[in-house]
Design a binder for this molecule. Sequence first.
Ligand code: SAM
Ligand code: SF4
Ligand code: F3S
Length: 455
Amino acid sequence: MQVLATVCAFSLDYCTDFQYIEGLTMKFFIRTFGCQMNVYDSELISELLLKEGLKEAPSPGEADVILVNTCTVRQKAEERGHEYARFWKKRGKKVVMLGCLAQQEKERLMDAADLVIGTRSYTLLPKTIRELLGKRRKAVLTEDSGLIDLTEISLSRSPRLSGFSEFVTIMRGCDNFCSYCIVPYVRGRETSRPPEMIISEIKNLESRGIIEVTLLGQNVNSYFYKGTDFAELLDMIDRNTSLYRLRFTTSHPRDMSYKTVKTIMNSRRITHWFHLPLQAGSTRVLRLMRRGYTKEEYLDLVETIRKLDPEASITTDIMVGFPGEEEVDFLETLDVVEKAGFDHAYTFVFTKRPHTAAFYLKETLSPGEKGKRLRRLIDCLNKTIWHRRQRMLGRVYELLIEGPSRKNKRLSKGRTDGNITVVVTRELKPGMRVLAKVREIKGLTPIADVVEMLE
Ligand code: SAM
Ligand code: SF4
Ligand code: F3S
C-alpha cells in the first residue's frame, strides 16, 4: 500500500498518545446506509479490516465494534444512520461512524460514536480502531488525508456481495453541484481511476467467479482519465474481460454522448439498461436545479436510445416539491413520465440539505402538498410501467438468477439484461443463467417459466 502523503489531523486533542493493543481478536460488524458507493466502500473496508487480523461478526450483537457507513442525501437517510449508531452505543458497543454523514457532521455525531471517520480517511481505520478499543478514547477523523488509497485492497479483494455480481467504482466525487444535492460537499471533487486499475480489479473478480460487474460513479458519463473517456473505458473493459454482463450507474442525461450509446449498442456484454435520473420534467425547474438539460433534450435522448433498441430499459429518479415547483411544472413531470415510458423509477420528496444552493430557496409547498404530488407521480409511473411490462408477456428473456423470491422461497428471482426483476417458477441456484418465458404480470412483476438452462 502507498504511504499516505499527509497525515490526517485528529481534530480533538484527547486523541493523541495512542497505543496498539496487540493480540486481540476483535470482531467488527458493518451496517451500510445509502447508495452503491457506500456498499462498495463497506466491502473494501471489511477487506481491509480482515487483512489486519480483525474478524467479522455475523450480527451486531456479537461485535466488539460496529461500523455505521452513513448517508446524508436526504434528511431521513441521515436520521436512520444516526439512530442506528445511537441504538448500539446505548447498549455499550464501540461505534464508528463512517461515510457521508460522518464527513459532513463530524463532532455532532460524537453522542452516538467513539470514532467519526470521513470518506477520505479510511486507510487509517485499522490502526484507529485498535487504538480506540484499547484506550477507550474518542476521535474525529474527517480531514482529507490526501489519498483515498484502498487501491491495493481493491485489486486483490474477494467478492463479498454475492458469488457472481460485484460493484467496481470507476470515479469518486462529483463536480456538478446540482442545487439540491449534498454529494459534492461530502464526497469531494470528481476523480477518475486509471482504466488499467479498473480492468485489473475486474479481472481479479472474474478469476474469483464474478460474471456481472456494475461500474459506479455519481456521473459515469463524465469519466475521463488522461485522454480516455467513458465510451472508451467501456470498450476497453469489453475487449479485455470476459464478463457475462457489464452494467454502469449513474448516468447524467446531459453527459450521455451518442458515442457512449453506440458503444453500448455494439457490445454483447454491456447491458441495455440506462439509468437516467430525470429529477423534474419542467425546464424551468430543471434550470433551478442546475441540471443542464431541458425537457426536450431529455426526451430526445430517450428517443435516440429507443430508436436504436426499442427494448432498451430506461429507469430514472424523480423528485417532487422542489422550491418553486408549481402545478404546471409538476404536470410537465407527469408528461415526461408518460412520453418516456420508464421501466422503473425511484421517487423522492425534496428535502433541504445544508451547504446546497437550494437550502436558501423559499419552500413553497407544505409537507401534505408534497405528499399528494408524490402519490400522483407514483400512480402515473405505475400506469406507464404496467404498459411496459405488458410488452414482456409471451417473450423469452435471458435471466441471471439472484436467489429465492422474497415472497415464496420455492420460486426464484432473476434479472433481465435491462435490470428488471423477474420471478421464475422453480428453485434455481444464484448465479445460474436461464432462458425463461413470461407467462403473466402480477402487479408489476413478470412471472416466467424456464425454457432452457444456459449452464
Ligand atoms: N448522481 C445521480 C444523479 O445525478 O442523479 C444521483 C445522486 S443522488 C445520490 C440519488 C438521488 O437522490 C438523486 O437522483 C435525487 O433524485 C435524490 N436526491 C438528491 N438530493 C435530494 C434532496 N435534497 N431531496 C430529495 N431527493 C434528493
Ligand atoms: Fe448530486 Fe447532481 Fe452530482 Fe448527482 S450529478 S451526485 S444529483 S450533484
Ligand atoms: Fe448517500 Fe453519500 Fe451515496 S450521501 S446517496 S451514501 S454518495
